[in-house]
Design a protein around this ligand. Sequence first.
Ligand code: ADP
Ligand code: MG
Ligand code: MG
Length: 513
Amino acid sequence: MSPLTERSYPPVLEDQESERLVQVVKDWTIGNGLAVRPPVAVAPAEVDPRSILATSAPVTLFPSPFPQVCFEQAKAVQTAYNELYARISQDEEFISRVVQEVIGGDDFIASLWDVHLKVKKEGYVQPLSLGLFRSDYMVHQENQGTGTQESMPQIKQVEFNTIASSFGGLSALTSSLHRFLAATEYPLLKGTGAHGQYNLPENKSTQGLAAGLRAAYSAYGKSQLGHETCVIFLVQGGERNIFDQRHLEYELQQGSRTPVFRLPFSEILQRTTIADSDKRQLLYHLPSNPSKVFEVAVVYLRAGYGPGDYPNTSDWDARYHIERSAAIKCPTVLTQLAGAKKVQQVLATEASGLGKFISQDTEEFKKIWETFTNIYPMDTSEAGLAARKLATDPEKCQKYVLKPQREGGGNNFYRSSIPPYLKSVSESHWGSYILMELITPPPVTNIILRNGQLEQGGVICELGRYGACVWNQHTREILYNEDAGYLLRTKGDQSEEGGVAAGFGCMDSCSLV
Ligand code: ADP
Ligand code: MG
Ligand code: MG
């Protein structure tokens, strides 16, 4: 057995050792920008009225052991996944059918679809699309803990993100942190753990995502209006995970200069206009110098993925304004909709679902198909009625998670909470959910440092693999398709959700075993 899977992992720390490690991690994270703005609980407005404080992102003190076969599996399938989601985005009829199935119980999806229909009517002026994707997985092992022969571990997909796939900017840094600790700190520990024997894969997530942005920026070409071109990061007000985004921005400046502006979603209509020409160029007016105008080549959405960003009808007008413009969107409305959980369910439920996009006798089909776990519709089809039985049964529901068409964490219903929740929803709307089997990865232990405090115990790891893709919606040509590094997020095993920003999880890196 490899040392990292021994019970003694992570090494047992004496008080002075953990104090030393905490100090080193606190300093390294701030020194290198593995940081977030503090939560209100840590720095209330009266303590930090000018929002000048930053604090360490929650991290594990040690990299978590992760099966190498699973790591390689995720890496090997990423460009096939990029192409798959580019193809789905190009298939408006397919997305339309999926949308119709959930729209009855989901006003948010309905509003997104309306934006697409309105732009379609007048005609899209930008055929190019950028996807910065993240495919999330957990490790699954047959017969785990049953005493019978355990099979090879495999990854099973949790979800595929097509909008605001976050943490790429912090994830590469977390890998660097653990590399630094493995070189300087772990060898000083007294415990008999595996220090010194870490297998830490390289992680170029920041560079990978920035390269995708740069590919789209270059593909846009020069301004025909004589302006300088720029990239807009469309963001939420009061974003705490700002450094994650800033690292991508800074990376974009490596090599050639690329003007990047952060624009709060709520200020789109104030700060941008559309040129009075058939081309509908999007123009950004610098607030500090309104006579300075940039033509927007790429709009990168780190907002707009959930209803919270659209409190007023003018916010939908703003999304429409972006969508109809000539800027390359990351993502378009169609690509955002392609990331709906309902799409994942349709792909995973029958081979013909995925087979619509990739021919079934290919290696790519096999690789993607193997990452799916059981996902069921909650509609009135035969499979849907069977799933409704599972979801409403107090015993059987223990193996499942119920998901609405939402992003950003905190929206799902787990195990026992499924039947009472469904009772509170009109049955005519159940079709806008999907039911998914829970993946239960083998147990791992680690120590999490969050807000200066250590939490030690069983953890659950979720691997994300980033991908960057630029394609032409009309000609279907794929101009750029690359793997873009990884994310490992870890949460306490008592928590159902794993979002770092939502306060459940923390940043981690893989030590391959
Ligand atoms: P979101 O788009 O809000 O991130 P996810 O589908 O990723 O939604 O679900 C949120 C979290 O719930 C995941 O990060 C994971 O921790 C947990 N989760 C979701 N689906 C499963 C599953 N099938 N098995 C185990 N955990 C899951
Ligand atoms: Mg998720
Ligand atoms: Mg998601």
